[in-house]
Write a protein that binds this ligand. Structure first.
Ligand code: KG4
Ligand code: ZN
Length: 341
């Protein structure tokens, strides 16, 4: 172990689970030497959401270039890399397969160990990049386009999911509401921006609770309430104030995320709380947690926005701890679209 402690571990990480083609070189799990992200957002905007087939094709076009750039920017030749890591699930199967195939090819050709990483484990590990001193255990809220999980991080790579969404993920709700009020895709950042000009108390949207589980989330009722409100306005011929709807919707999401998360931190007796995933870059959510954690003497960890949305550096951070545990994957590693944490 002592020998391993002193060893420098350079991970080449690859991420292609949705609409970002990304590669990164990370030293010892915490230091990002390069973080290259090719985002396909513009390509999917005209369709109002991610088109899986287009995403896969674009990943194929871009992946080699993105990997080469990551090595170049890091100033690390492939021979000096310790291991190759890749997201193998969950995500879009065709998109994941591009990253997994590239990682396997590099691992085989360069004779480097291969490490498959869970996408959510990556999101959570983005906090290790931002906070070199952060160590488990802590509670983490993962809110992205596909997931809303409350997770107890017992140790590196050791997770207990204590709450999850029963229907839509938080990011999905942002995207759907944005589309309904005419803001377009991707909804999260657009709602975040326009909300600054709106009144969060203008419309009393519901704060949904799930009866049997105090940590689970449900956002479909809120989404329906927004749609009903918009329809009612249209029928009455009333004009809709986009900023007020956005701000009131955002407040309803933020209130629920904050309440459930801090309840969990208290009940589980931790004094550290982290956020992760695309929705974690929401400015109002960050402010609310900052304030509420401050009141309760809870240390609040939040990655920079670039490490909240999909990137490969977070995969490199998670992979480091897998590497240290001796996790190695074979060339039969496959994409698993519904991989469990
Ligand atoms: O983590 P991520 O990049 O991809 C997934 O793993 O899903 O998250 C993307 C999601 C999208 O739904 C997007 O609308 C949302 O995160 N998002 C935001 C913000 N930035 C991205 N939601 C609210 N506020 C933001 N500033
Ligand atoms: Zn993600």
């Amino acid at each position: 172990m002592e020998q391993q402690d002193r060893e420098e571990v350079l991970i080449l990480a690859i991420e292609s689970s949705c609409d970002e083609t990304a590669a990164s070189v990370v030293r010892n799990g915490r230091e990002v030497l390069s973080n290259v992200i090719f985002t396909q957002i513009d390509l999917h905007t005209r369709y109002g959401g991610v088109v899986p087939e287009i995403a896969s094709r674009k990943h194929i076009e871009k992946i080699n270039q993105v990997i080469e750039e990551a090595l170049e920017q890091a100033g690390v030749p492939l021979e000096e890399i310790t291991a190759v890591a890749v997201t193998y699930g969950p995500g879009l199967v065709g998109a994941l397969l591009v990253g997994v195939s590239a990682a396997k090819a590099i691992s085989f050709a360069a004779r480097k160990p291969l490490i498959g990483v869970h996408h959510i484990s990556g999101h959570i590990s983005a906090n290790y990049i931002e906070y070199p001193d952060l160590e488990p255990p802590f509670v983490c809220l993962v809110a992205s386009g596909g997931h809303s999980h409350l997770v107890v991080v017992r140790d590196y790579g050791d997770y207990e999911i204590i709450g999850r969404t029963r229907d839509d993920a938080a990011g999905e709700a942002f995207d759907k509401v944005a589309r309904a009020i005419g803001l377009g895709y991707p909804g999260g950042p657009k709602i975040d921006k326009i909300s600054r000009e709106g009144n969060p108390d203008a419309i009393p949207f519901p704060r949904a609770k799930v009866a049997e589980s105090k940590y689970d989330f449900s956002f479909s009722g809120l989404k329906s309430a927004v749609l009903n409100y918009l329809n009612a306005c249209r029928m009455k011929g009333e004009e809709i104030c986009q900023a007020d709807v956005a701000a009131s919707f955002q407040k309803a999401v933020v209130d629920v995320l904050v309440e459930h998360s801090l309840h969990a931190v208290k009940e589980y007796g931790y004094d550290k709380f982290a956020i992760a995933g695309g929705v974690a870059s929401n400015s109002s959510l960050r402010e609310a947690f900052e304030k509420e954690c401050g009141k309760r003497n809870i240390r609040f960890y939040h990655p920079a926005p670039v490490y909240c949305t999909d990137n490969a550096a977070m995969i490199g951070a998670a992979a480091y701890y897998e590497y240290r545990k001796g996790v190695r994957h074979g060339y039969d590693l496959n994409a698993v679209p519904n991989l469990k944490l």
